[in-house]
Design a binder for this molecule. Structure first.
Ligand SMILES: [Zn+2]
Length: 364
């Protein structure tokens, strides 16, 4: 039995499909090199800041003309398709924006009346990403489109998984089956990179297998491998409407003090076929970035400077505690020094302006 199928059978008892592949999951290279931006990331060129190093996260609404501000998240908006295209045009055309990370927002379209339903994740009428990805791809064919893959935007309880109805525990096989199905759906509409943020066990192996079997072996996987349970996610949950209705996410997100588990999680995701790996949040976890960079020098590492980190710096700069450009660039330098080569930040548009005006780099 191949390594892939033995991994799959261990982790998903419902999946008895025999794999056609006799290769190790770590042997996949095409998905790391099929797009100019993922090739840049794999090149590990870290001397200077390039617009290619930065990923802009975006919250997408179903209403084409929506442009909603978000409480506690200054200068970040939930945008509908038409507003989003307008917003992206100068960033892509003039400032070199090269990659975006998309999150679907459904809370607003449902309001308080209607219950969310997981089936909506796969329905083009309900999941705004399925509609917007082809439009963005057509308008900006060179822009790398990364889709966050998780269930929390679609589950009525707001958790990133499906629960077993009998015992209330996480139903891991069912959860990763849904995540893999959603990944294939996003690949079908044009996503270049799949970024699973759920932290379910062994989802990378199933996503990799299902993408490959569906004919999307060129699609990259950016794993949220070391995602810690964190207070820093607060403003994001307002933005995406993804706060869980009960409990917290401590049963599947890493404990803040867990270096060993973080390394095990990253090691597992690499063995299962991730092209790139992520540490999230960033600023309080740079020792983890350095450990991973030392252990896995052959993989690009992304850090996610999350909503709470962004809002904290932004609010402090607004009351003149420090200069925004200087403090942001200092954090970016810290990420690079720790070993990250890909930086996901809500400051991406600001940074692209600073790089363009030639004051984002060397002087720091
Ligand atoms: Zn989630």
């Amino acid at each position: 039995m191949s390594q892939m199928s033995s991994t799959m059978n261990e982790n998903n008892n419902n999946n008895n499909k025999e794999s056609h592949y006799n290769t190790s999951l770590k042997d996949y290279l095409h998905s790391s090199q099929s797009h100019p931006i993922t090739r840049h990331w794999q090149s590990q060129s870290v001397q200077n800041f390039s617009p290619k190093d930065f990923i802009l996260p975006l919250f997408v609404l179903d209403d084409d003309y929506a442009n909603e501000s978000i409480e506690s998240f200054p200068d970040v908006y939930r945008m509908g398709q038409n507003i989003l295209i307008e917003y992206l045009t100068p960033l892509v055309s003039d400032l070199g924006l090269s990659s975006i990370l998309l999150f679907p927002c459904l809370e607003q379209q449902y309001g308080q009346q209607e219950e969310k339903n997981l089936d909506d994740a796969f329905n083009v009428e309900k999941n705004p990403l399925l509609k917007v990805i082809p439009v963005i791809k057509k308008k900006f064919p060179q822009l790398l489109i990364i889709t966050d893959v998780c269930l929390c935007a679609f589950t009525d309880h707001g958790h990133c998984c499906i629960f077993d109805q009998h015992n209330g525990h996480i139903d891991n096989p069912k959860s990763i089956e849904a995540l893999a199905k959603l990944s294939v759906k996003y690949a079908q509409v044009g996503a270049d990179v799949i970024a699973p943020s759920d932290m379910m066990d062994s989802r990378i192996a199933l996503i990799r297998e299902q993408l490959t079997l569906a004919g999307y072996s060129h699609v990259s996987i950016l794993s949220y491998g070391a995602k810690f349970s964190s207070c820093f996610y607060g403003p994001f949950r307002n933005a995406a409407g993804s706060a869980p209705k009960f409990g917290d996410r401590k049963k599947y997100q890493l404990p803040a003090g867990s270096r060993g588990m973080a390394l095990r999680s990253i090691d597992r995701d690499i063995r299962q076929g991730a092209d790139m790996i992520m540490v999230k949040p960033a600023m309080a976890y740079l020792d983890i970035v350095r450990s991973i960079a030392d252990h896995y020098p052959n993989y690009p590492i992304a850090v996610y400077q999350v909503s709470g980190e962004y809002s904290m710096l932004k609010h402090a700069a607004q009351i003149d505690l420090f200069d925004l450009r200087q403090i942001v660039m200092e954090t970016i330098i810290g990420f690079k020094r720790a070993g990250a080569s890909i930086i996901i930040t809500y400051f991406t548009a600001d940074i692209l302006h600073w790089i363009h005006n030639n004051n984002g780099g060397q002087e720091f």
